[in-house]
Design a protein around this ligand. Structure first.
Ligand SMILES: Nc1ncnc2c1ncn2[C@@H]1O[C@H](COP(=O)(O)OP(=O)(O)OP(=O)(O)O)[C@@H](O)[C@H]1O
Length: 267
């Protein structure tokens, strides 16, 4: 797909999203959140607070007890417009890197065989894996497997990219490298992204806003003041350290961060 016919990004509107797995336990509690077109938003919060469940609800993978997720334009819920990157790369072990990346295009039957191979080859080049196209997953390092997983998610040029702790299993150096890669792919493709992470630095480096969840509730949405374009070198600046403190306080609870205002309070 050329840059001219590449679809624009899409906005996401969570309205009163509620997910109960049992009558007495609510995993996601009446979440109201709008993610603007082309925006990257991180979801952070303590383990079990409902981040993955909310992300899966946005993806249409998790039925909701109440509420709805509206995508604008609506039609993007159609195949190929939402990419998902999981914590585990989940590559097919018997298939080559190229075949793994080709898979989404084959599943939705987009283009001719030759066009699909060109698109997959291009996706591999964009994550710097062109030389590994014929290797099987077990021949790739953890970072290479995750890059292949990102290429597979982006090969269809989705308008929305959802990421569930994509770099959690990687060391800090690889995290930074893949963070830089994700930012560069976002600059090229301008998708809307929602990323679940436990890593505060990663959430600050990659996102424009940080949504803090606790016990299923969306407690606050914090505007990220760090300037764009982003690069891992910013992690060493006083501004970054200061904002890191703000996000840490918000994770500890509302009483420890009296100056924080939610998105809704600010508007
Ligand atoms: N399929 C399920 N059936 C029953 N309960 C579930 C299911 N999936 C999640 N839960 C529960 O819902 C709550 C939220 O889980 P979720 O995985 O969304 O949290 P999380 O914030 O992503 O956690 P973590 O950071 O540890 O991955 C938890 O109490 C969890 O036990």
């Amino acid at each position: 797909m050329s840059s001219n016919d590449r679809p624009a990004a899409s906005s996401i509107h969570c309205r009163n999203v509620t997910v109960r797995f049992a009558p007495s336990s609510v995993a996601v509690d009446r979440v109201e959140l709008t993610i603007q077109s082309g925006e990257i938003v991180s979801l952070i919060g303590p383990s079990g607070c409902g981040k993955t469940t909310l992300l899966r609800a946005i993806a249409g993978l998790q039925p909701m007890t109440e509420g709805q997720v509206e995508l604008d334009p609506v039609a993007i819920a159609s195949e190929g417009q939402i990419g998902f990157v999981f914590q585990q790369p989940g590559l097919l072990p018997w298939a080559s890197t190229l075949q793994n990346v080709l898979l989404p295009l084959e599943l939705i039957g987009r283009g001719t065989c030759r066009q699909r191979r060109e698109a997959a080859q291009h996706a591999l080049e964009s994550v710097k894996l062109a030389d590994a196209r014929d290797k099987r997953p077990h021949e790739l390092s953890g970072g290479m497997q995750m890059r292949a997983s990102i290429a597979r998610a982006l090969v269809t040029h989705p308008r929305i990219l959802l990421l569930d702790e994509p770099f959690a299993a990687l060391d800090d150096m690889l995290r930074n490298e893949l963070g830089r890669l994700l930012l560069s792919l976002w600059q090229q493709q301008q998708f809307t992204a929602v990323m679940v992470t436990h890593n505060i630095s990663e959430s600050i480096l990659l996102s424009r806003r940080i949504a803090v969840m606790r016990d299923g509730v969306l407690e606050s949405v914090i505007d990220n003041p760090i300037a764009w374009p982003r690069s891992p070198s910013q992690m060493r600046t006083p501004e970054f350290a200061q904002f890191f403190g703000v996000v840490s306080d918000s994770l500890r609870g509302p009483s420890s961060s009296p100056t924080l205002r939610t998105q809704e309070e600010a508007s």
